[in-house]
Design a protein around this ligand. Structure first.
Ligand code: NAD
Ligand code: UGA
Length: 461
């Protein structure tokens, strides 16, 4: 089976970059990325891509118009594709059975029904979205029940492991590619067809193949294990603050044990992003559904700890500012959920800002990549009163404007530019004592102290 034409449903943070990389690496394959969101497709076709990722502009420019296309003409793209990636959103369900835990699979189901309606011939359908284990069964059933053109299908699971901010590096040089398929001759052939696309630039020994259910479940488990490490180190950060230990030193000490490893041990204001919380909740729901309440409770704790870390940070600010932040101006540096992305989904900053606004603080927010419109949208979505946003939130064009006249400054995203600010200038702009709350532990604390700031960093006694 040779793949000459690929279509991807969903031109989001995963669909766009992933398909751009495939198109760049496989010039003989036509790759069409579809979305019903016209604005998003227009942006992918412009010089101002909807996703900010270092290196993405170059990858898109190398293939767009040659073998990479962005369109809202989904039906045509499905009809002419040999292989169809489904990369639509799978948010947490907010209503009914499993509300707040289960994945909302409406976009997956709609995609499967559309494929069944339009497809003819043989198609390989690839789950790229993160989904609960056994979703391939639902997709196969929908395809079989609704196909009217005599089409045949193989369904594969090929979860994506890229992290935002490093998506291009991760796609270029992934730790592994995971492909799950049916253990039948047709299933093996479909797995091989997809594997041979990745093999254009990824060594074969990094391409792992499994059965469908192992692949689907591995994605949720991978995210759960990563998030668990962050909650583990964040729990220790609280202990460090009360004992005088330094969480970065502890992380280094334990991370040099090759069984533990050094990555994902950076204490923070809490993990954010569109996936960790959603995928753990999904795992919790699966455990509950399969009658494993103890396993569900174990994973739920990873999220509880993360919520505690955010509220602990707010409490630290309020307590330090003499137990009141009413009408005090606080500079917020960083709103994205991590550096090098414009994505704010589930960013710790949203909840920290909301809780400071509940304390009647005035916020001066600066982020190098997040627009004021996105910040207002996120605050509204967590219930902040629009009138409060108008009167108590100022979106600033640079860190110095944000710091002007503030009682405190808080770093919530680890943007590199924050490490080398003109700190004497910042000190001159702030009210005294000039409190600094470094939620990412990235600032030069010895220098800050020497200059006359009153700094606090997560996990530092
Ligand atoms: P996203 O919300 O940025 O993009 C999804 C897109 O799918 C939207 O633009 C939406 O309009 C479109 N869409 C929905 N139904 C469609 C249809 N029938 N046809 C065409 N387009 C349709 O989401 P995302 O961040 O790209 O995530 C997509 C999936 O990948 C999720 O399951 C997520 O868990 C998973 N994932 C995300 C990341 C990440 O870094 N964001 C990493 C790994 C896996
Ligand atoms: C994460 C995983 O790393 C990817 O492998 C996965 O594909 C993706 O989720 C997904 O399924 O969506 P992402 O959320 O983009 O990627 O970014 P991460 O680098 O994992 O960071 C997530 C959050 O954890 C950020 O808020 C980050 O600041 C925080 N973090 C990360 C820490 O607080 N400490 C760390 O040591 C690492």
């Amino acid at each position: 089976m040779q793949i000459k034409s690929i279509c991807c449903l969903g031109a989001g943070y995963v669909g766009g970059p992933t398909m751009a990389m495939i198109a760049a690496k496989c010039p003989k394959i036509q790759v069409t990325v579809c979305d019903m969101n016209q604005q998003r497709i227009d942006a992918w076709n412009s010089e101002n891509l909807p996703v900010y990722e270092p290196g993405l502009d170059e990858v898109v420019a190398s293939a767009r118009g040659r073998n990479l296309h962005f369109t809202t003409e989904t039906r045509d793209a499905i009809a002419s594709a040999d292989l169809i990636f489904v990369s639509v959103g799978t948010p947490t369900k907010s209503f009914g059975i499993g509300a707040g835990r289960a994945a909302d699979l409406r976009y997956i189901e709609a995609a499967a029904r559309l494929i069944a309606e339009v497809a003819h011939g043989h198609k390989v359908i690839v789950e790229k979205s993160t989904i609960p284990v056994k979703t391939a069964y639902a997709i196969k059933t929908i395809l079989a029940a609704n196909s009217t053109n005599g089409a045949t299908f193989q369904v594969l699971s090929n979860p994506e492991f890229l992290a935002e901010g490093t998506a291009i590096d991760d796609l270029n040089n992934p730790d592994r590619i995971l492909i799950g398929g049916e253990t039948t001759p047709e299933g093996f052939a479909a797995v091989e067809a997809l594997a041979s696309i990745y093999a254009e630039w990824i060594p074969r020994d990094k391409i792992i193949t499994t059965n469908l259910w192992s692949s689907e479940l591995s994605k949720l488990v991978a995210n759960a294990f990563l998030a668990q490490r962050i909650s583990s180190i964040n729990s220790i950060s609280a202990l460090c603050e009360t004992t005088g230990a330094d969480v970065d030193e502890v992380a280094r000490a334990i991370g040099t044990d090759s069984r533990v490893g050094p990555k994902f041990l950076k204490a923070s204001v809490g993990f954010g992003g569109s996936c960790f919380q959603k995928d753990i909740l999904n795992l919790v729901y699966l455990c509950e559904s399969f009658g494993l309440p103890e396993a569900a409770e174990y994973w739920r704790q990873v999220i509880s700890l993360n919520d505690w870390q955010k509220s602990r940070f707010v409490a630290k600010i309020v307590r330090t500012l003499f137990n009141t932040v009413v009408d005090k101006r606080i500079a917020i540096l960083g709103f994205a959920f991590k550096k090098d992305t414009n994505d704010t989904r589930e960013s710790a900053a949203i909840y920290i800002c909301r809780d400071l606004l509940l304390e009647n603080a005035r916020l001066a927010i600066y982020d190098p990549r997040v627009t004021g419109q996105a910040i207002r949208h996120d605050l509204l979505a967590v219930g902040v009163d629009p009138a409060i946003i108008d009167t108590h939130v100022e979106i600033c064009p640079d860190p110095y404007t944000a710091a002007d006249g503030t009682h405190a400054l808080a770093t919530l995203t680890e943007w590199d530019e924050f490490k080398t600010l003109d700190f004497p200038r910042i000190l001159g702009l702030m009210l005294k004592p000039a409190f600094v709350f470094d939620g990412r532990s990235i600032l030069p604390h010895a220098e800050l102290k020497k200059l006359g700031f009153a700094p606090f960093a997560i996990g530092k006694g």
